[in-house]
Ligand binder design. Structure first.
Ligand code: BMA
Length: 377
């Protein structure tokens, strides 16, 4: 009898709870580790914010690719939780990115960061597929690059039936080959966050909101994801939708390709002055609320401090992001400058106040997320 009561209690009380499904990535075939990463990040964003740094493992202001070196680690003793990498130039079959970083070394560091238990995010400042073909493109400022916004025909030209469609397919093939090469020691695909066609709301890239229509932008996204996910069977990617600064949810979602495509709602906002506090607060509110409702991840995927401020990390960034479930904040690259080596004054990679952010129980660097075992259910 006792056994029967336990059984009935399990069926009526325990079972529905047991079956309560955790949210999953948009890709129904996402690998085990990718699902675990998605769910771990979803959980972590309720507890605090991970720190990310672009090209942190590739170079710093005063050094160029020294294995295991990191500006963040030099300064704090720990690696960032999120390591950002950039693939601009891979579409052309180049050996090095637009920032002169070797793609072989990028793959090496993606693997190293994953092995340590960190999270990888990848951006792609792809060349302008239309204007780069103009013979004198390079003579114009930004000519033929991601920043070339001289033609509004570019997105239409790479979509199906466009004049550059086949060329764009070749670009996606090269991108896929690189993605497929990202495997751990056992040959399992390494999960990562991919954030292409970023900052759509700004109009400084060829995929910007004034350069193509919202429908074209959404089609570009859908075509890309379909290619990688279905044609190439790549199932270790979490896709991040991203805009530059916006003031309303309506503006944020212009061109949104759909919940079946996107895993993360992210925003990029650099501090350009006093208005930033209120603008960031407002944007994070509607972005995180919407993400929560859609069961998606969140990030302030690019940000940077206000010029002249010595306490930006403690007085601006941390208090504002702490109000919302923001998965990570990422600051952009510390550009290598050959003039710097040996000049200790300018070689400090972060301001002193960054230590305050590092010490905060709300911020997570690598050691903290290593404890979470984010790739295991
Ligand atoms: C930009 C700048 C560029 C760089 C690009 C891609 O914001 O840092 O110098 O080439 O990102 O990393």
């Amino acid at each position: 009898m006792k056994k029967l009561i336990f059984f009935l209690a399990f069926v009526f009380i325990g079972f529905p709870g047991f079956c309560k499904k955790l949210p999953v990535p948009a890709d129904k075939k996402a690998t085990h580790e990718t699902v675990a990463l998605f769910q771990s990040m979803l959980k972590l964003q309720q507890k605090g914010v991970m720190y990310g740094h672009q090209d942190d493992l590739m170079y710093g202001r005063t050094w160029w690719y020294e294995k295991d070196r990191s500006d963040t680690k030099d300064f704090t003793g720990d690696y960032p939780a999120i390591a950002g990498f950039e693939l601009g130039g891979i579409e052309l079959g180049n050996e090095r990115s637009l920032d002169s970083v070797s793609f072989v070394q990028i793959a090496e560091q993606v693997k190293a960061h994953y092995k340590r238990g960190g999270v990888v995010t990848i951006s792609w400042h792809a060349n302008n597929p239309l204007t780069m073909q103009i013979p004198d493109a390079k003579s114009r400022r930004q000519g033929g690059t991601a920043w070339d916004i001289s033609s509004k025909e570019v997105v239409a030209s790479i979509l199906p039936n466009g004049v550059n469609h086949e060329m764009f397919n070749a670009w996606l093939e090269r991108l896929s080959t690189f993605f497929i090469s990202l495997k751990d020691e056992k040959g399992a695909p390494i999960p990562f966050v991919f954030r292409p066609y970023h900052e759509h709301s700004g109009s400084f890239f060829w995929w910007g909101s004034k350069i193509c229509t919202d429908e074209q932008y959404a089609s570009l996204w859908r075509y890309t994801v379909d290619f990688l996910r279905n044609k190439k069977s790549i199932h270790n990617i979490l896709y991040a939708y991203n805009t530059d600064r916006v003031t309303s949810l309506e503006q944020y979602l212009k061109g949104y390709p759909g919940d079946d495509i996107i895993d993360m709602l992210s925003i990029d906002m650099y501090d350009r002055g006093e208005k930033f506090n209120a603008e960031l607060d407002n944007a994070l509110k509607f972005v995180t609320e919407t993400a929560l409702a859609k069961k998606k991840l969140t990030a302030l995927s690019e940000t940077g401090e206000r010029r002249g401020m010595v306490d930006w990390w403690s007085k601006v960034l941390l208090p504002i992001v702490s109000k919302y479930p923001v998965g990570y904040v990422l600051t952009w690259r510390n550009t290598y400058n050959m003039k710097f080596p040996g000049m200790t004054e300018v070689s400090k990679p972060f301001p002193d106040d960054f230590k305050f952010f590092y010490d905060s129980p709300r911020s997570f660097f690598l050691k903290e997320i290593q404890k979470e075992n984010i790739y295991k259910h």
